[in-house]
Design a protein around this ligand. Structure first.
Ligand code: ADP
Length: 450
């Protein structure tokens, strides 16, 4: 069953039950009230009869009672002895079938008869002419009341049916109201699956309800997917483009060797060197791409001393290169939450760049600033012009590509660094002046010892 049909069916059924419940209560409440008022009226009439009988002993009782005989009713006088009838007054013979009984105290009852209007009866003990105690029983058939109840019954049935019409219409509107956004969402999803169009939902004039929230979330998700998809596409095309150059260089040297390599040691050596250096380059590129992919996932974080990490990394570089690297730190211990491997990687990238793009001393400074630790890597090299400072963090971006190629750059280092820093709730910025050097500044939240 479709959701729209379910909504319509359940809302109509629910309303139907509610309407029937309310109308049935109205019907029985009204019936009770009206019967009680009939009984009250009959009781006061009977009291009136008894009063008249008592105050007029000289008039024959049967004559007096006849005067009080209700239309659609009957008056009986019943003896205690076997409920014997002393007197029966009625205008309708069929009423004589009604039961009669002697009572010792005043009582009332309703007599239900099949296919006939109900009767109310009042029974009251009185002293008869012969001094005996007898029962005076007054009957009245509720003809008008039964008719009224019947009319009320039909009115309530019709009213129920009429009330159900707006309920059904409301059900239709409700199902449309809920389902239209869902249908639009399904259609957009289908369209996005079949062709990558990144279709979004139109939410401009929608009221800010849960459905709006769903649509808005969908739009945000599409935006996010689109962004990621495009990034992925650019990455794949950039990566394949970057790999193409070394591959074609290797290929052309291999062909050269094949054609003219034999008996030409100079060409042989040149080709082998070129092939080796391009293979190295490709290896580095692939390694860095893997690193970039790996760093997209968040590593487990633990409490680590950032000063130790900086010291270790500086020590490694000083051992491998004959370059001066100065480490300045205000404290020996500064704790932060993070991954040791990843942070080492960032510092490695920044020092490696500083060494690559400068000839002088490289300085690493660690400072504590309120709730943060600042790690700066400073060089006095060629610097980075203002307009390039944003771009250098993009994947595969390199300034002066041909020169950087000689330095073995891939253009991935800083984007790896930026990803790692972001995963540590930190920031990475650069200040630089062309010809005077650059300072890469990182900032991470510190945690108190313990
Ligand atoms: P690469 O592998 O080329 O070094 P990076 O992403 O690490 O890739 O750096 C991107 C570019 O930013 C580099 O090619 C270089 O032009 C520039 N760059 C990075 N660090 C420095 C620096 N310390 N001094 C000058 N230029 C730099």
């Amino acid at each position: 069953m479709k959701l729209s049909a379910k909504i319509r069916l359940f809302s109509s059924l629910f309303m139907l039950v509610l309407i029937l419940l309310v109308n049935t209560s109205i019907y029985y409440l009204f019936k009770n009230i009206s019967i009680n008022s009939e009984l009250d009226e009959m009781t006061s009439q009977t009291n009136e009869i008894v009063k008249t009988l008592n105050s007029n002993p000289e008039i024959a009782r049967s004559e007096l009672l006849r005067a009080y005989l209700p239309t659609d009713g009957m008056i009986r006088v019943i003896e205690e002895n076997d409920d014997r009838l002393l007197l029966t007054l009625t205008k309708k013979d069929s009423f004589t079938e009604l039961p009669a009984s002697f009572v010792k105290t005043e009582s009332n009852s309703i007599i239900h008869l099949e296919n006939q209007a109900n009767f109310v009866t009042i029974s009251k003990p009185i002293i008869w002419e012969n001094g005996e105690i007898v029962t005076l029983q007054v009957y009245k058939q509720l003809v008008a009341h039964t008719e009224t109840m019947q009319t009320l019954f039909y009115v309530l049935i019709v009213a129920s049916a009429i009330m159900l019409i707006p309920t059904i219409i409301a059900g239709v509107f409700l199902s449309r109201f809920i389902l239209n956004p869902i249908k639009a969402l399904t259609a957009a999803m289908k369209e996005n699956i079949t062709n990558t169009k990144w279709k979004k939902l139109y939410v401009e004039y929608r009221s800010r309800d849960e459905l709006y929230e769903m649509e808005n979330t969908f739009n945000t998700m599409i935006e996010y997917l689109k962004d990621n998809f495009e990034k992925q596409e650019t990455f794949v095309s950039d990566a394949s483009h970057e790999l193409k150059t070394p591959i074609s260089i290797v290929k052309s040297y291999a062909e050269l060797l094949e054609r003219r390599g034999q008996g030409n040691p100079e060409l042989f050596n040149e080709s082998i060197q070129a092939i080796e250096s391009e293979a190295d380059r490709m290896q580095k590129l692939v390694e860095q791409m893997l690193l970039l992919a790996r760093n997209q996932e968040k590593d487990a974080h633990e409490q680590i001393n950032i000063v130790d990490i900086c010291m270790e990394t500086v020590a490694k570089f000083t051992g491998a290169y004959e370059r001066e690297i100065i480490l300045e730190t205000a404290k020996d211990v500064l704790y932060m939450n993070g991954s040791q491997d990843q942070l080492q990687q960032v510092i490695y990238i920044l020092i490696d760049n500083a060494l690559k793009y400068s000839d002088g001393t490289v300085k690493l400074t660690i400072r504590e600033k309120n709730t943060h630790v600042m790690v700066n890597v400073q060089d006095s090299g060629q610097g980075i012009p203002n307009e390039e400072q944003e771009k250098i963090f993009d994947r595969f971006y390199r300034m002066e590509k041909s020169r950087n190629r000689d330095l073995g750059g891939t253009g991935l280092g800083l984007s790896i660094a930026k990803t790692i820093v972001a995963a540590h709730d930190g920031s990475l910025r650069v200040t630089s002046e062309a010809g005077k050097g650059s300072t890469f500044m990182m900032e991470f939240p510190i945690v108190k010892e313990g």
